[in-house]
Design a protein around this ligand. Structure first.
Ligand code: SF4
Length: 426
């Protein structure tokens, strides 16, 4: 699962076109690197671009809704408007070009939902429009979220040829009992097979998403999931506790779901961290672990409160000091796009203390923390006195550590991050 701005089943069940055209994908690397007639050469287009941005493309479709999921996605069982939606996305990208003029793109993230439901031809169409409109940096990170129930070798190889260089795999658990309980469509066997196929297809940067604090889950079961993850040798791991969100089937069943208590959850979190660290992963963000140099560049954009452009129904952007969303009503979003319009929702300018609050709150998620000097330079204004007071308070409560002008979460602060965020935002 991606972070917002919205903020991923058995292998090979669906989404496989019977009419693939290998020819349209035979040499698609030029889609990212080459020059379109209207945009000048690759080198020309990079001239004078000093600002960088990440692009997030939201694919709000899944084969079936998982029982805990409150993300903006709809089940494709009876409704399959993928082609129409891709047309709308292309329109959205074209319209968004005006907002992101003057930026180089350092990361592109296809999240959802289940982006791996996209046929390679559909993904190629989106890639083409992005490349026509933006300068993509040579080393840009290009991630696709993949659900193990939706892949086949043909599509994976095609995604790779399209330049996708990072895969975020929604695994959640390795115990089939839990996968069924969560309403996932895949089995642990599907995950092993998917990883094999991903490696065979040339992917060298794979991230796995896991969940802990599952109903009646014991520490040993969670630690077994971590051991299995380590044995797969993936480059990146993210794990999150199961949160029962309002409006989900799990919420209606909440009294029957016996999740581990807070102390047990803290032991699970610490146990997972310790095992991954021992296996050589760097714990670089509260929920994220990476082999050296494999930190998620795209997610770091959010944690540093840098700029991003969200494309798609329900996606959020933060550009030129303004954050805004796009219509999360799928039909309305597609109807508007068909008329060459994309409305903004909940637009707000982030300035002064408010911008600082959000930046520090997000920045503290990165465990190396931040230096005041660096943040001031990034935001172009001095640290407000109120923010200095809040940091002093957090240090005095032992939640944040301070050395010189650098601040970072303490071990206790990591476990109590919600409290830290609350103090900064109040
Ligand atoms: S795969 Fe499941 S968790 Fe992921 S977006 Fe779809 S319904 Fe939600």
């Amino acid at each position: 699962m991606a972070l917002t701005p919205r903020l991923p089943a058995s292998v090979f069940q669906g989404g496989v076109s019977k009419n693939r055209s290998e020819s349209t994908l035979s040499n698609p690397r030029h889609l990212w690197r080459g020059a379109s007639a209207c945009a000048g050469t690759h080198a020309d287009r990079s001239n004078g671009l000093t600002k960088t941005i990440g692009i997030y493309i939201h694919i709000p479709f899944c084969l079936k809704k998982c029982l805990y999921c409150d993300f903006h996605s709809v089940s494709l069982r009876s409704y399959r408007p993928l082609k129409e939606y891709c047309r709308a996305l292309k329109q959205d990208i074209k319209i968004s070009t005006a907002e992101a003029r003057g930026y180089s793109v350092k990361s592109i993230y296809f999240g959802g939902g289940t982006p791996s439901l996209l046929e390679p031809e559909e993904l190629a169409g989106l890639v083409r429009v992005i490349n026509e409109r933006f300068y993509i940096m040579d080393d840009a990170e290009k991630t696709l979220e993949v659900n193990p129930a939706t892949v086949n070798t043909f599509n994976l190889k095609a995604y790779r040829r399209l330049g996708i260089n990072r895969i975020s795999l929604g695994v959640q658990a390795f115990d089939d009992k839990y996968l069924r309980l969560l309403g996932r469509l895949h089995t642990s066997k599907d995950v092993f097979l998917t990883i094999k196929l991903l490696r065979k297809s040339g992917f060298k940067n794979i991230s796995i998403d896991l969940m802990y604090a599952l109903p009646e889950q014991a520490l040993a079961s969670w630690e077994k999931d971590i051991d299995t993850t380590v044995s797969l040798g993936v480059e990146h791991v993210s794990f999150y506790d199961l949160t029962v969100e309002k409006g989900t089937p799990f919420y209606r069943m909440r009294n029957k779901l016996k999740q581990p208590n807070q102390d047990e959850q803290a032991r699970m979190y610490k146990g997972g961290c310790a095992k991954l660290k021992k296996a050589g992963y760097v714990h670089y963000e509260i929920s994220s672990f990476a082999k050296k140099g494999r930190e998620s560049r795209h997610n770091c954009i959010y944690w540093l409160n840098e700029e991003y452009m969200g494309v798609g129904s329900g996606a959020y952007s933060y550009i030129n000091g303004t954050r805004f969303g796009k219509d999360n009503n799928l039909k309305r979003y597609m109807d508007e796009a068909a008329q060459c319009r994309i409305s903004r929702f909940n637009a707000e300018e982030l300035r002064g203390v408010r911008r600082y609050k959000e930046t520090l709150m997000l920045n503290l998620r990165i465990l190396r923390g931040f230096s005041i000097k660096e943040v001031q330079q990034r935001l172009g204004s001095p640290l407000p006195a109120l923010m200095k007071d809040r940091l002093v308070q957090l240090v005095s409560e032992g939640l944040v550590l301070n050395k010189g002008d650098c601040y970072r979460l303490s071990s206790r602060g990591i476990l109590l991050y919600d409290v830290v965020a609350g103090v900064i935002l109040e």
